[in-house]
Design a protein around this ligand. Structure first.
Ligand SMILES: C[S@@+](CC[C@H](N)C(=O)[O-])C[C@H]1O[C@@H](n2cnc3c(N)ncnc32)[C@H](O)[C@@H]1O
Length: 225
């Protein structure tokens, strides 16, 4: 996992801002889980606040839908699904099924209420995921490659592993950690090994109200069979 840069939590009138800042200051996976267990009930209210403008879920889902050649037959994994903001946006394409994994049972409990996910399971993406190889047409991962959350190794390789040949991994990586966090280097390794092709690695708005940007990383899994 990426060691977070210590963040000074500034005095603020907004408890929303406090949670967003705290989330990027967690030191361990266990601290991260504990934070989201507390945050789950108010997460959507906070990130949806006009002062934060967390636009990534909708932007990424729109980009992902463009890569579904046959949406009604597509099976998707939403990795680090949280409360299901990405699943709700992906649901617009009426895919065959969306599964979700996340570290926090409380976040998953809210995702379950959307009724959009076929299967929701607790998983730590800093370790191998318990999903079979080549299961999904598309894997999304939004807001989870950020400070103190999930690092590039083994997560990126795992997301590629569970993607079908010719399928896509569509993710965000907080811009500050794209190079220093080892994400760019890990993608280069996957490319060198002939596992993926980089479709895009452009900067997009993320938590727009804070001026945050993320790399929108879209990888196509190369058909090696
Ligand atoms: C900022 S939220 C993003 C949730 C959702 N994708 C969205 O865009 O609203 C980050 C999510 O990553 C999850 N997470 C953090 N560390 C994780 C880990 N090691 N494995 C799996 N999920 C993790 C958290 O529980 C949380 O739901």
């Amino acid at each position: 996992m990426i060691a977070p840069t210590p963040v000074q939590v500034q005095a603020s009138n907004s408890s929303n801002e406090l949670y967003l800042r705290k989330a990027r200051a967690v030191a361990t996976t266990e601290d991260c889980r504990a934070l989201y267990e507390k945050w789950a009930a108010t997460y959507e209210q906070e990130v949806g606040d006009s002062a934060q403008e967390y636009v990534a879920p909708v932007l990424v889902a729109q980009a992902a839908i463009e890569h579904l050649s046959n949406p009604s037959k597509s099976v998707i994994l939403d990795a680090g699904c949280g409360t299901g903001l990405v699943g709700v946006a992906l649901g617009m394409a009426r895919p065959k099924a969306i599964d979700g994994v996340d570290l926090s049972p409380a976040m998953l409990a809210i995702a379950r209420k959307t009724g959009l996910y076929r299967d929701l399971t607790v998983a730590d993406m800093n370790a191998p995921i318990e999903k079979a190889d080549k299961t999904y047409d598309l894997v999304s991962c939004v807001g989870t490659f950020t400070l103190g959350h999930v690092g590039p190794d083994p997560a990126l390789r795992e997301l590629v592993r569970v993607t079908k040949n010719g399928g896509f991994v569509v993710s965000t990586i907080l811009s500050q950690i794209w190079v220093p966090g080892g994400f760019k280097a890990e993608v280069e390794k996957l490319v060198e090994q002939g596992l993926v092709r980089v479709v895009t690695d452009e900067l997009i708005d993320y938590v727009k109200g804070h001026g945050d940007k993320a790399v929108l990383l879209i990888l196509e899994k190369i058909d090696r069979d």
